[in-house]
Structure formats: C-alpha cells, structure tokens
Design a protein around this ligand. Structure first.
Ligand code: TNX
Length: 458
C-alpha cells in the first residue's frame, strides 16, 4: 500500500522504524532554506520534527501529517522533503449561476487547502446574477442578484461576508481571486444599468441550447435563468461604462488583499471584435491602475493588455481553434499562464453518462483517469515552464446547488489538479490507490465524494 499522500511530495523515504504514537506533538524549527511553501517532515523514534521557512510551509507539513495518520492517529516513520512545482494551485467556484452561502464557501476552502491548493477564484458575476454588494453601486445587487439558474433563489455577499471569506481563506493560506466577468456574461449588470448593455444576441446556437436544456431565451431587463452563454455584452460606446468599471474594480481592489483581480473576458460572442478588444484593454488597464495584476480568460490575449497580465487557458489538453495562440500572447506580453484545460479539470463535467449532475460539452464526460492524464508542461506548445504560473480546477454551477453537489463533482477529481499543480514528479502509478486511501478521512470530514469508476475504493 502506498502512503495515502495527495499531492505526492517531492521526496518521500519510508523509514524502517515503528510508527509514532498518536499523542506525539510535532516540534517545529524555523529554517531559511525551505522556500515560500516548502517543508521538511521527519517522523522517527525521536518523534515528529517539522522544518519550514514560512507559516505556509508549516501549514502544509501539518496537512501531510494529517494524511499520514491512521485511524488511531499513529504516524508511520518517514522522512519527507517537499515543495510545490507551481506557485498557483487554484480552485474556481461559480457563485453566479447558483449562489453559494458563506458557510459553503468556507467548507470549500477547507477542502481545497487540505490538498494544498492556495487560491480560491470566485466567479462573482454572470448573466444570472451579480453576487457582491458594493458601496459604490448598491443597485448592482439590488436588481441583479434575486434569482439563479432555473429560477432558483439568488443571493449575494455583503462586503462583510466577502471579508469573512477572505479571512477564512487567509487562515488556510489561500488567496481569493475575485472575478467580475465582462464584456460578455453581463446580463445581470444590465438589470440595474440598461444603458450599459446591448440587446441580447439570439444566435442559432442559443436557440439550440435553450431547446435542449429548457428555459426561456434572454430578454432585455428580465432576469435570465436558462443555460445559454455568449448572448450578452456591454456597450463599448456607453458613456457611463468607464466610470462604473473604474469604481467597481477600485472597490474590489480595496476589499481584496491578494495581488490579482480577474475580469473574465470569456465567450463574448455577442460583442464585435473591435469593441471586445477595447473593453478588455480598458478593464485590464483599470485593474492595473488599482495596483493589482489583471487576470483574464485566454480570449483576452487578442487585446492590448498591460505587461505582465495573466491569462487563464480553458481550452482542451490538446488545443483547438487557436486557443493556444491567445494563451501565448500573454507570455509574449511578459505575463504567465494559469492552466485550466476544460476536458481535464472542469469539475462540472459529468464523470460518465450516468452522473446525475454536470455537463458534457468539454469533449464528453471526464473520468478520474482523464482528469489526471495530462502534463501542465505540455499543453501550450512553445511556452517554457517558467511562464506557467500554475493550475486551476473550475467548478461552474449551472447544475450545482448545494455543498453535497459540490462534493460529488469536486471529489475525487480535485485530487488531479492538486497533484499536477504541486508535484514535480506525480506518482502516477499509485494515484488512484492514494485516492482510495483518503476515502475514510474524507468521510470523517463530511465530504460526500463520488465513488467514481477507476478508483479501487475499499
Ligand atoms: C464555459 S470556459 C464557461 C462558463 C460555463 C462553463 C460550463 C469558460 C471560461 N466559460 O461560462 O459556465 O463553460 O461548463
């Protein structure tokens, strides 16, 4: 049986000594050579010793220790030296399609940090809802947060709620990356600011989606509750656009201690290319003026962005339709990439045809095996590893209403993103066995994981 460690550490040496008793307290030593998130952990007859250079490193050592402990709390003798491959190991949660209350987000933070993820990306706005109350424009939530997909109840975070999420994340060594998505995905913004949005663009594709999944076509001024994307757009020529974007991004920057703000930029199918480039460049510039680094989905690589802007790639493991070219534009501009290949780590894809929740557009269902079958280094050709900031799994919430739904789609596949983001040499042969080895701990923590095929569950 391999040790049930996930992600797999940089170096693990089992020691031929008895396990250490459950009540042994770890002894910490600060050192200066473990890096910003690394640690060393030695468990032997002398006890449990941890070395780290930062509180984050010490936190990760304790996460590893928790995974090593058996049901009685005894820990096998082992010598581990560890540090992450990538600085960014993220999880995106969509709170716009369905709203998820603060307690749920806190539970998601605990789950993600147990696998050494360090960033929570909150998709705060979309066609279905504007989910963050702002002092500068309270009407955005007043008119834009009342409903959700399928006409389910909506909701929003107050500034205090958001501060609670940020603090809970920080206590788990995670940053929050908030996203206001534009210029597409802005129907909910138009409910309070009709002068800033164009009429919905009703394409054949939108009609097809509406016919297969149900619901109504989008209508100006009416909350949207169906599953289509790409029909809404901000108006590049609207006079009030720049002042509103300046204010909302400044307020978001004030509320967010982390270094990044995300402005979306995906699937703006209802926006003329020239207008798209203008609005993407505007949003990125306004974010840079707050002192934060802009992140956007890879489409925005066509725009003129501030140097160092980060691109988030959501194309497939083998890029199609020039998605990799958009991504490379960020690297050419001195920025880096976050990899979220949709056919591997979009957690909202079904596991197989029988999965009750989830979608299938990313090349059909995503098995556990497929979620793990890729290498961050190999996705975008002609990009050096130094240009990859990290890996991020995305959980869109069209079909996701509760923490139980989140658990069922997130676990076990989040383990793939966690390992590929952390481990320089993923232990591929033992991956599914290590997942099975964590099942009892997940159950004890109340995590309703999916007993997915391909994992040797006991
Ligand atoms: C694509 S890929 C989206 C979202 C949807 C998701 C559903 C990308 C950046 N955007 O708008 O919610 O698919 O899987």
């Amino acid at each position: 049986m391999p040790l049930a460690l996930l992600p797999w550490p940089a170096s693990v040496t089992p020691l031929d000594q008895p396990a250490v008793r459950p009540d042994a307290e770890p002894v910490f030593s600060p050192v200066d050579d473990c890096g910003p998130e690394g640690y060393r952990l030695r468990v032997d007859a002398a006890g449990i010793r941890i070395e780290a250079s930062t509180p984050a490193g010490r936190f990760y050592a304790l996460r590893t220790l928790a995974q090593l402990a058996d049901a009685t709390g005894a820990v096998p003798a082992v010598d581990i030296s560890d540090e992450p491959r990538f600085a960014h190991r993220g999880l995106m949660l969509d709170v716009a399609r369905h709203f998820h209350p603060v307690e749920t987000v806190e539970a998601v933070i605990e789950r993600a940090s147990s696998l050494k993820l360090n960033a929570l990306h909150l998709h705060l706005t979309d066609d279905h809802g504007w989910r963050l109350q702002l002092r500068s424009y309270p009407e955005l939530t007043e008119h834009g947060s009342g409903s959700a997909v399928d006409g389910d109840p909506g909701g929003f975070y107050t500034r205090d709620d958001y501060a609670r999420i940020v603090a809970h994340a920080a206590a788990h060594h995670m940053i929050v990356i908030p996203e206001f998505d534009l210029p597409g995905h802005t129907h909910a913004l138009g409910l309070s600011h009709p002068e800033l949005v164009a009429d919905p663009v009703i394409s054949d594709h939108l009609r097809e989606v509406t016919e297969s999944y149900g619901g109504a076509l989008p209508e100006r001024g009416v909350p949207y509750t169906a599953l289509g994307v790409g029909f809404s757009s901000l108006r590049a020529d609207a006079e009030g656009l720049e002042p509103l974007l300046r204010d909302v991004f400044s307020e978001l920057a004030e509320l967010t201690p982390g270094p990044y703000l995300h402005f979306g930029g995906d699937e703006a199918l209802g926006t003329a290319p020239e207008d798209y480039r203008r609005m993407a460049a505007l949003a990125a510039r306004l974010i840079a003026e707050t002192g934060k680094t802009p992140i956007s989905w890879h489409e925005a690589g066509v725009a003129d962005l501030p140097a160092g802007s980060i691109g988030q790639y959501w194309g497939f493991r083998t890029p199609r339709e020039g998605h990799d070219e958009r991504a490379r534009a960020f690297v050419a501009g001195g920025g880096r990439l976050i990899l979220s290949p949709a056919d591997a780590i979009y957690l909202d894809m079904k596991y197989d045809a029988q999965t009750p929740l989830g979608l299938v557009w990313a090349d059909g269902p995503t098995s556990v095996e497929r979620s793990y079958a890729w290498d961050p280094d190999a996705v975008i050709p002609d990009v050096p590893e130094s240009a990859i900031l990290g890996v991020e799994a995305c959980l869109w919430s069209e079909t996701v209403r509760t923490l139980a739904d989140i658990d069922a789609l997130m676990f076990p596949r989040i383990a793939s993103a966690a390992e590929l983001g952390w481990s320089r040499s993923p232990a591929r042969d033992s991956f599914t066995e290590r997942i099975a080895g964590l099942a009892d701990a997940w159950t004890a923590a109340g995590i309703g994981f999916h007993r997915a095929e391909g994992v040797p569950w006991r």
